[in-house]
Design a protein around this ligand. Sequence first.
Ligand SMILES: [Zn+2]
Length: 451
Amino acid sequence: MVVSARGRWVSGSGGSSSGGSSSKAAGALAPSSFLASSIRATGGKKGPAPMVTRPGGEMVAAAAGSNGATIRPALTANALVQRDISTIVVPIGGVTEEGAACPGTSLPRASVNQANRNGTTVGSLFGQCSHGKSRLTAANSLVTSLVKLPCEGNTWGVPWSFSKCDFDDFNGWADAADEALRARGVMLERYKYRVYLVPPSACGFVGLGYVGCDGSYTCRAWIGSAFWDSPPAITHELGHNLFLGHSSTANEQGQVDEYGDFTSIMGYCCESRCLNTPQAWQMGWITLQQLDSSSLKPGQTVQLRLASQALAQQSGARVDVSSWVAGVDPIFVGFRTVDRGDRGLSAGAAGRVHVYTAPTSHTFDSRPTLWKAGLEAGQSWAQPASGVVVRHQGTDGGLALVSVCRSGGTETMTSCTTGVDNDCNGLAGVDDPACASMMRLGVGTETTNKG
Ligand SMILES: [Zn+2]
């Protein structure tokens, strides 16, 4: 990871502080500290590869025409990103000595205590969407009372003001709020994640958060004043701290809408819903059935039964098409229903089987995901590069029936007579027009020869 820091050296005994470009040779200077005003990191954290295990129980029945073999896809899971999402939430106001709002701001219009919409809280979203694996609770987290700051100040040598909204400003408010909380006796070190609720001001954002943090520096996020009472907004920013990128879509021209995936809280604010399938897998919150070149051969169809992602931690599927076509991102398939953490899922997303592609390869991989399709029963999605067709066939007992087919090319007399759906159009044998014409021709020829 490449890290660049802005700030200044603070002298230890005998040392002297100098400019931010100072370099320190080992042993050459007296002990001193570098106080960073901003830290940028690029390159990402290397994470452990997902675990792949063979299931013991019955996972899936072989499709008709898949050579009679029972296919039991492997299961894949990532290391859990974080068990305790211990968070301190800090509402901030900028006030004059007379107690009025600072110029350019107003006093907060919402209380964080209102951050409970129809029973959904930040804590309930983490608890339910992670299936109890990651927890943000009253026991490990704290919402402070309003922290009132002066209209301008200087913290760690960096001036800040409530009259504008540069990084140094809202980061300065956070630094100053931390000092005020320490003066109150709050043990900030007990909370890995710090969410600052900024007052109505020049800051027009919904929220901001560091993408990833691993304990070497403070995990900070900021929430705009109109979203203090929005659990999805706060959960989205904490999601960035947990190494999540955005949930995107792309149109046929390849133009990306960074937030366009309405099935994920890492898309646009503010419906209450969980993560999409690749991101929930990234977090270590769900386990997926995995297909690759050995379990999905050309001309093979595998039938999957997918539980609702909101109700079962073992739910979706990952098709690692990169195992037979290089450079193509794996396909993720998930079934979403209006339940638990997904109770606010939009009507257009509910009850559908969603298909995504994502390069995500481990817990700390914050590359964005791409939503591709939301399939109603009877609909299918095809990826020409890999020959894969995903088909939502219907539901049975609350489970989605999904077939995943890998094309072996056009139908042949062999595929037709053995009932294999070689071209992945969902039809096999005489039911497939391509076979029907070929087999009629075959029967006719035979009759003629006999005659
Ligand atoms: Zn975001």
